[in-house]
Design a protein around this ligand. Structure first.
Ligand SMILES: NC(=O)C1=CN([C@@H]2O[C@H](COP(=O)(O)OP(=O)(O)OC[C@H]3O[C@@H](n4cnc5c(N)ncnc54)[C@H](OP(=O)(O)O)[C@@H]3O)[C@@H](O)[C@H]2O)C=CC1
Ligand SMILES: CC(C)(CO)C(=O)C(=O)O
Length: 324
């Protein structure tokens, strides 16, 4: 990166999360956003963002394009930030970003939920640096280009052991985020962080989604919250085997439920919002990879298996309906 050149960022999948972090990075970088259904709204008016943390404002990216091929004229990009939903059963993220990836040069940044999302990218672009980010944020695109964010925001940022050494690129990216007032928490073991996020995302999210109940309604329903507990226990047991870490399974499950009572009342997880909108849920990266890991380690996880199959069935149903 020369000091004369701006740092160029391409965001692919600029919805709720992509809009927020594109905005924060645009404080120091030249940002191009790939917008799909929100293209016309964003091209004309920019993103209209409401955020108790960052303030309210209109964010006009430096360039707004319809797809990654169109973005190429504004590259080469130092960072390609992926904020698509992680849906490996629906599309191949590597295919989508490939027109903009300069071999060995562009750093690929994943800001997505799920465990194991890095491996297909590393396989396809083995020479490119990779940064893996887990987001704790509540943000939603309520109309095309209109983003509403809740107060709390934090990113856990790390590199992946299977990628080329990406330390320098990761350090620079953390600096850019921090300059945009993002709360950055560096992490050494991103796989552990991603698996541990499944304790909540793999339990509350599918139960809220399938039952159509928010977090408080689930917690107040004895049978529903027991389902959450069983999922948490199975996913924690799977993580113990995969990561070689001992968890206080009972105590940690209860703490997560109590933490939800205090910190996320009446909350609809993103999986629930996806199902309400009849959009695909991130089933494979949230439930499927935990299930696969449990099976590889010889564990019996009946609740996780059933929840995976239920959610996957809903995805297949909505996909079929959308193709009619
Ligand atoms: N929202 C949140 O609060 C949180 C989200 N996350 C994670 O962050 C990630 C992003 O989530 P979020 O921002 O909420 O999702 P959104 O659905 O708001 O954004 C995804 C965007 O990707 C676009 N997109 C999908 N496919 C393509 C494609 N082939 N080419 C170009 N654009 C495409 C969608 O466009 P279109 O509108 O046309 O479908 C949409 O704008 C997910 O992994 C999610 O789990 C993690 C923590 C919290
Ligand atoms: C855990 C949480 C709420 C963090 O932002 C999330 O990832 C989701 O809603 O899916």
């Amino acid at each position: 990166m020369s000091s004369q050149q701006p740092i160029r960022v391409l965001t692919v999948g600029t919805g709720a999360v992509g809009a927020i972090y594109s905005w924060r990075l645009a404080q120091t970088c030249e940002v191009t956003t790939v917008c799909r259904s929100n293209y016309d709204a964003v091209k004309q008016h920019g993103f209209d963002i409401e955020s108790p943390k960052f303030g309210n404002g209109i964010f006009k990216p430096h360039h707004v394009v319809r797809n990654v091929s169109e973005a190429k004229e504004f590259g080469p990009f130092d960072y390609i930030v992926v904020t698509l939903k992680a849906l490996p059963d629906m599309y191949d993220t590597a295919d989508i970003i490939s027109p903009a990836v300069a071999e060995g040069k562009s750093t690929i940044v994943l800001i997505q939920n799920g465990f194991g999302i890095e491996l297909p990218i590393i396989k396809r672009f083995p020479k490119n640096p990779l940064i893996s980010i887990v987001a704790y944020i509540g943000t939603s695109q309520v109309a095309a280009g209109k983003i509403k964010m809740k107060a709390i925001e934090r990113l856990q940022v790390g590199t992946h052991p299977a990628s080329v050494d990406s330390t320098a690129q990761c350090d620079k990216f953390k600096e850019l985020l921090t300059k945009g007032d993002v709360l950055v928490e560096p992490v050494d073991n991103i796989e552990q962080v991603r698996f541990e996020k499944l304790f909540w995302n793999g339990s509350f999210s599918p139960v809220c989604a399938i039952l159509g109940l928010n977090t408080t309604q689930v917690i107040e329903n004895e049978m529903a919250v027991d389902l959450v507990r069983r999922l948490m226990r199975e996913i924690m047991t799977a993580a113990q085997k995969a990561l070689g870490i001992e968890y206080e399974i009972e105590a940690q499950s209860e703490a997560l439920i109590e933490g939800t009572v205090q910190g996320a009342p009446n909350y609809k997880p993103s999986m629930q919002l996806d199902l309400e909108r009849k959009q695909p849920m991130e089933v494979e990266v949230i439930l499927g990879t935990a299930l696969k890991s449990a099976k590889e380690n010889g564990l019996d996880v009946p609740t996780l298996q059933a929840m995976h199959d239920l959610c996957k069935s809903m995805n297949i149903h909505h996909l079929k309906k959308s193709q009619l």
